[in-house]
Ligand binder design. Structure first.
Ligand SMILES: [Fe+2]
Ligand SMILES: [Fe+2]
Length: 181
């Protein structure tokens, strides 16, 4: 099926990351009573489009009928989640919750369900990532999914700020939602 086929096209580096995210998803699912198979699939499939070159991302998004904004125009890599989500949906693989999780795994978004929150977290805290607070965020997300999700958003914003990059509007909306909890 599409997931194995596309996974096979990724570099070992990316495949390793996807498998680790899928493992973290399993673990978060167990802890927070999410459907374990959905969680695993979302993890495995989230980066299926991550290695498409930028011009191909725009072309593929157009082919799939996806709408995008100025942020995606400037950084087409932002389209890799929405594209992978559409691939699964078009193939009838997964559920709306999985597609939404994959779609928003890069930016987070307001109103994300627990599976979507878990995927955003798992992508950021899988053990292949190297930054100081990773293990702390991993543990926090296992104790309290929403607290972990909001802390990973904060961590991402700090990282973007250090790099002088502007955060995506969806991430700012998600942050506002965190602050209104
Ligand atoms: Fe990604
Ligand atoms: Fe990823």
């Amino acid at each position: 099926m599409i997931v194995e086929e596309r996974l096979g096209m990724l570099t070992p580096h990316r495949r390793g990351h996807s498998e680790r995210v899928a493992e973290v998803m399993r673990s978060l699912a167990e802890r927070h009573h999410l459907e374990p198979q959905d969680a695993h699939l979302a993890g495995l499939a989230h980066d299926l489009a991550r290695e498409l070159p930028r011009p191909d991302l725009l072309a593929e998004a157009a082919r799939l009928g996806l709408a995008w904004g100025l942020e995606e125009e400037e950084e087409p890599v932002l389209l890799h989640g929405p594209i992978a989500a559409k691939w699964l949906e078009a193939a009838g693989v997964g559920t709306p919750s999985i597609w939404s999780a994959i779609r928003y795994h890069t930016t987070a978004a307001p109103g994300l369900d627990p599976l979507g929150r878990a995927l955003f977290v798992a992508d950021g805290v899988e053990p292949g990532r190297r930054y100081e607070t990773r293990a702390m965020l991993y543990d926090l997300a296992h104790q309290d999914l929403d607290a972990g999700y909001c802390a990973v958003i904060e961590q991402t914003l700090t990282y973007l700020q250090e790099k002088g990059l502007a955060p995506h509007p969806d991430m700012m909306e998600a942050l506002r939602e965190c602050h209104s909890r």
